[in-house]
Design a protein around this ligand. Structure first.
Ligand SMILES: Cc1cc2nc3c(=O)[nH]c(=O)nc-3n(C[C@H](O)[C@H](O)[C@H](O)COP(=O)(O)O)c2cc1C
Length: 439
């Protein structure tokens, strides 16, 4: 029988973004307990992984100030995800825990050591969401004046990932011998310096901690620009993508798989997960009402423009809401810009106004999924069939995160997928990389 199952991930932030939602205003997320509850729910539903996003500044793009972001709690405040990954990994048994760490701002040795440590604390279920970062405000927090141009960021990231991989591989699998008779903990001949002297980085190595359970963590990536897709096709075990509709999804997946093949990789070893924000309710009418309610949230349009503006580093407050946008380019997230303006690969040109683009951007995501669990499960199955694979990365409409929403998905939508043979009903592997390769 054909295995029609697809992979499921969840995209979360470690901030207070949902504090003023009718069903999400309590309690505060800062002690980690909200995410722990959600991780347990995702694990009951057999998700592959929870991915925690991260950025390193309070945005100040919208209207040229950070005031709007702080007032509404958009993209800030935000905790560091690394300690949370340790807690979540310790308290779960199967769910992959992925955090975002930037190649522009972390020293490679520190990142390799953190990744090895977290892979142990999660029992081999740690993943690294590899980002190069896009915000000039973050660059200014680290003593730079602006972000390097995208091509340079990816040149640096290529060397960075190679170095981190070398450091993680600097301990042979059998280096720890624990021989009581000779009082030998480590066989020093099995721990090797890396002697890396590259264009951007130098590191002597070896890493000063033991080899991690997976050897290296799972690599997750979200390249959107041609250069980013090439990078993702080269390194990623799982790619997360935001695009428009089935045609956009298929074009994106075909493209990154072609990149992978050109690099000599088996494209089936990469799982592409498409960002979706389903709106689920008991009846079709209730789901539609909830969807419209999100769009009617106070300041919805401004909030969406501020959030998108921070991804693409463009002040969207400068444009007329009732006119089409002029052609835009960015040194920020090209993928997010293409999706928002609906001009990505495979998309027809259009003359939608900025207001329409905002309306279509928040809840519909890669696909518009509004309805009962059975209705949405059916649509997700049909779309996956047409795209060819590999799964979905779920997020709350407009980026919020509430127990109520997560349970609707894990206790309503996922069982509907499972009844159709579209989702895992039990874990059969131990590490995140194995889980991703299960089908
Ligand atoms: C689902 C998704 C999640 C992302 N999460 C982050 C993140 O947490 N931090 C970050 O700096 N960039 C994040 N990005 C941006 C990507 O790393 C990348 O910059 C973006 O997709 C644009 O691709 P490009 O760099 O090739 O233009 C995310 C992108 C997507 C699609």
């Amino acid at each position: 029988m054909v295995d029609r199952r697809f992979h499921l991930g969840w995209f979360v932030h470690f901030g207070a973004q949902s504090w003023n939602e009718p069903l999400g205003s309590a309690p505060e997320p800062w002690d980690g307990n909200l995410h722990l509850d959600l991780a347990r729910a995702m694990e009951r539903a057999c998700f592959d992984y929870m991915l925690i996003e991260d950025t390193l500044s309070i945005p100040s793009v919208y209207g040229g100030s950070n005031a709007f972001y702080l007032k509404h709690g958009i993209m800030a405040p935000k905790h560091d995800p690394a300690p949370l990954a340790a807690i979540l990994g310790h308290q779960t048994k199967h769910l992959g825990i992925v955090i975002t760490l930037s190649t522009t701002f972390y020293p490679p040795f520190m990142l390799a050591r953190l990744a090895a440590t977290l892979d142990h604390l999660t029992g081999g279920r740690f993943g690294w969401n590899i980002v190069t970062s896009t915000e000039d405000a973050a660059a200014r927090n680290f003593g730079m004046t602006e972000m390097p141009p995208r091509a340079l960021r990816y040149d640096m990231a290529n060397e960075y990932v190679d170095l981190v991989t070398k450091l993680l591989g600097s301990w042979d699998p059998d280096a720890v011998v624990r021989d009581h008779a000779t009082d030998t903990y480590v066989d020093a001949s099995k721990v090797h310096p890396v002697h890396h002297e590259g264009r951007f980085y130098r590191s002597e190595g070896p890493l000063n901690t033991v080899r991690s359970p997976q050897g290296r963590p799972a690599f997750i990536q979200a390249g959107g620009s041609p250069r980013g897709r090439e990078f993702a096709g080269k390194h990623a075990d799982s790619i997360i993508a935001t695009t428009n509709g089935i045609a956009g999804m298929k074009a994106y997946r075909d493209d990154v798989r072609a990149h992978a093949e050109r690099q000599g990789r088996d494209p089936d070893s990469i799982k592409v997960l498409f960002l979706i924000a389903p709106m689920i309710a008991d009846t079709m009418a209730e789901a539609r009402t909830s969807y419209e309610r999100v769009l009617a949230t106070p300041h919805y349009t401004e909030r969406a423009l501020a959030a998108f503006g921070s991804f693409v580093d463009i002040d969207l407050s400068q444009f007329d809401l009732d006119q089409p946008l002029p052609p835009l380019t960015t040194n920020g997230e090209q993928g997010a810009l293409d999706k928002f303006t609906q001009t990505g690969i495979g998309q027809a040109k259009h003359d939608k106004t900025l207001r329409q683009l905002v309306r279509e951007s928040g809840t519909s995501s890669s696909l518009e999924l509004v309805g009962t669990p059975d209705h949405v499960a059916e649509l997700m199955g049909e779309a996956m069939e047409a795209v060819g694979g590999d799964g979905y990365l779920i997020t709350h409409p407009f980026g919020g995160l509430t127990r109520h929403y997560v349970l609707g998905i894990t206790e309503g939508l996922v069982p509907a997928l499972q009844r159709r043979g579209l989702a895992r009903t039990a874990y059969s592997t131990d590490t995140l990389r194995e889980t991703l390769l299960e089908f």
